[in-house]
Design a protein around this ligand. Sequence first.
Ligand code: SF4
Ligand code: SF4
Ligand code: SF4
Length: 272
Amino acid sequence: MRKYAVPSIMLIVFETVAVVLWQTKDNLFYLFNFSYIGISISLGTFLFIRKYQYARRIVQLLVGLYMMIYLGLIRCENMQIEGFWYYLFTGVFEAATIHYAVAKIFGPLIFGRGWCGYACWTAMVLDFLPYKVPQHPRKKLGWIRYITFSASLVFVGALFLASAGNIEKIMFWAFVIGNLLYYAVGIMLAYAFKDNRAFCKYICPITVFLKPMSYFSLFRIKCDKDKCISCGKCRKICPMNVDVTDNSRKRENGTECILCMECVKHCPKDAL
Ligand code: SF4
Ligand code: SF4
Ligand code: SF4
């Protein structure tokens, strides 16, 4: 039963968050929301342990579609970074701010960039494209993320400064248009660079939060040097170009690891 410790811990953590938020905010939605996400993630890790090939993709679809369609389109919560700024500026500690706090700011201290591997609805689509393994070396274009990050902040700040009316509606349409733009740019970049995750590596503004926090992540893929034969398969298969055989926190592209487990699955010596 010990091998099922991770899905059990995941379920307990999410249920604890669900119950605490339900009770403190007196809102049953939080119980449903975090229970659903916790059950989806635990199911995925359980299936992974059982060696089911599509375990991660199932979690991505369960969580990504729920967030995009139910929370974003039906409940009209802007879960993109603009929504985070908006709710932060208004001082409302509701779904979008809680979502950012749990998944993208403090959560990565525990589970790194698990969000990017298992829940993001942008990557959920990009991961269907043909370039699962990057075909070329990584480009030095990561600075673009700071521009998109600043643009999102300036956009929402300008709406507040201009005292724009009907801001909730603007936020809803910003969510719809922003997502369509992300998909369009992400798909174009994937084909241009022959790399499904090019958008994540160079453009995504959320990585400005995710990267520094995941540096300290509790969950990390580590290499057993006694077993490793330096075949290089893990490095070749990694969608994020992580040098996973280096156990230090400063390893190359270490803050890019999305915990997809492809390296673990392909290691011929079970060294990861
Ligand atoms: S880097 Fe951005 S787009 Fe890519 S998976 Fe993470 S949050 Fe989603
Ligand atoms: S795939 Fe396994 S054995 Fe090969 S370099 Fe990576 S960790 Fe070492
Ligand atoms: S292949 Fe391994 S090192 Fe690369 S992102 Fe996936 S889990 Fe992280």
